[in-house]
Write a protein that binds this ligand. Structure first.
Ligand SMILES: [Zn+2]
Length: 295
């Protein structure tokens, strides 16, 4: 082994020990008996299996609807997955194996039909996703139409099929993530109200069960969005703000831990501290409170 490689290895080992220390410290000091709401999108079954195996060693896996239960003296985690990606169907054996009841937030007018999540369309990717997200909703939809994407038109399916939702229904809690996944803060009042309220009824029709939980697309929300979520009759809303939850947390601003779908177990442990996201948000907005940087 060359000297350079030895130094690099030593450096990596030091980093690892620091992160193990930080992971332990956040668990003891911050997570304690509070609830971490893990946010995934489209992980593969093997990765999720490794993550849940790691979590089960020190943490109770609970359903999201237990968000306001008193602490048990142990760290708790709820598993949530956003958008209703078709790949989520393959996770069912992992959910059953770990006895976890996850929440999948569906886009009610994308799943169950041959439709695409707008950011997965090649036209959207060519146009630049971050730039599209900055536009008013009308402008974004119009530009996507030009690029060949029609949000209310059939194309290729990127979401769960009706048959898959039906198969998962006994083991999975399906809730709402709007109809088409717009940036709500860039919608006009009517559009925003419709995306929030109609998706609730559409998810209920889809799964034949009450829809009571909402997740803000892309983590964008403000006072108007919170009022509309309450008015529509939801009990909670999950944000992309970083942190843990307890009985004092505002149920309409539930905090999350954003997990990379492909995170190695070591990286997963690091992401559970919340520190990488906190730094990323601080870098973008100058705020240390974990609030997702709004446009
Ligand atoms: Zn989403």
């Amino acid at each position: 082994m060359t000297m350079g490689k030895k130094t690099m290895l030593k450096e990596a080992l030091v980093q690892l020990l620091i992160w193990i220390g930080l992971a332990r410290a956040t668990r003891m000091l911050l997570w304690r008996d509070r609830l971490a709401i893990l946010l995934y999108h489209d992980p593969d079954p093997a990765t999720l299996d490794r993550h849940l195996t790691y979590l089960s060693k020190f943490c109770d896996l609970v359903p999201l609807e237990d968000f306001n239960q008193p602490g048990t003296g142990r760290p708790r985690a709820a598993i949530t997955l956003d958008d209703g990606h078709a790949g989520n169907a393959e996770l069912l054996p992992v959910f059953i194996k770990h006895k976890v009841r996850p929440t999948i937030f569906l886009c009610s007018r994308i799943v169950g039909r041959p439709r695409m999540h707008w950011w997965m369309h090649p036209g959207a990717q060519r146009a630049g996703l971050e730039r599209l997200k900055q536009q008013s909703n009308d402008a974004r939809v119009a530009e996507l139409e030009e690029a060949g994407f029609h949000q209310d038109g059939d194309d290729r399916a990127t979401g769960l099929a009706i048959r898959q939702i039906e198969e998962m229904r006994p083991f999975v809690d399906f809730q709402s993530h709007t109809r088409f996944h717009p940036i709500l803060t860039h919608c006009d009042d009517t559009e925003c109200a419709e995306e929030i309220a109609s998706s609730k009824h559409e998810v209920e029709a889809l799964v034949n069960r009450h829809c009571e939980h909402f997740a803000f697309p892309n983590g964008n929300y403000g006072p108007r969005e919170i009022e509309l979520v309450k008015a529509a009759g939801y009990k909670t809303a999950r944000t992309c703000d970083i942190g843990w939850n307890d009985q004092r947390t505002d149920p309409f601003r539930l905090r999350a831990m954003i997990i990379g779908d492909e995170a190695s177990t070591a990286m997963f442990a690091v992401q559970l501290t919340g520190i990488p996201r906190l730094l990323k948000y601080w870098f973008r907005s100058g705020r240390w409170d974990g609030r997702f940087p709004q446009f």
